[in-house]
Design a protein around this ligand. Structure first.
Ligand code: FES
Length: 162
């Protein structure tokens, strides 16, 4: 092999190596970004939430537990979907407010407040919680989650996770 042929061969091998590296790197980036976002995005999503305004705090009757409903739009990728639900607000006579999640801690059905029995009842497996959200009967072992809330300009705002 002549010296010129040897140089030409080395040059074309180097070009092939660079081409492979660039193409391989590009392919890795193109497949890696969707893969990473597929696994990371749900974890990030769980951490998000929003303050929802439930209106005038004076509308809550002291000494009662009331259902507060909500509906707002949530952007999920290209879709904008409604998110609906409700929470339970317990307003004590001293205007101390507690807000309970309506999600049963057993298998996530919605609990309903029953004034006659003074319990939150879960219709799915007859779980029961007392007026402080403590489980008292049925399969649930954990209390109802209490939700972060605040009062701003006389309105009750509750932090809901999305
Ligand atoms: S989901 Fe509530 S008791 Fe099972």
């Amino acid at each position: 092999m002549s010296k010129d042929n040897h140089k030409e061969t080395l040059h074309s091998e180097r070009r092939a190596f660079i081409k492979t590296t660039v193409l391989g790197g590009g392919a890795a980036i193109l497949t890696g970004i969707p893969l990473v976002s597929y696994f990371i995005a749900p974890a990030l999503k769980k951490a998000t939430g929003k303050w929802v305004d439930f209106g005038a705090v004076e509308d809550l009757s002291p000494g009662s537990i009331e259902m507060l409903t909500y509906e707002f739009m949530v952007k999920d990728g290209w879709l904008v979907l409604p998110q609906r639900g409700f929470v339970w607000a317990k307003s004590n006579t001293d205007h101390n407010i507690k807000v309970f999640s309506s999600t049963c801690t057993h298998l996530a059905c919605n609990v309903i407040w029953q004034e006659e029995t003074n319990h939150f009842l879960c219709p799915c497996h007859s779980g029961r919680f007392d007026s402080n959200g403590k489980p008292v009967a049925g399969p649930p072992t954990k209390p109802l989650a209490t939700l972060e809330h605040k009062i701003e300009e006389d309105n009750l705002l509750v932090y809901l996770t999305l």
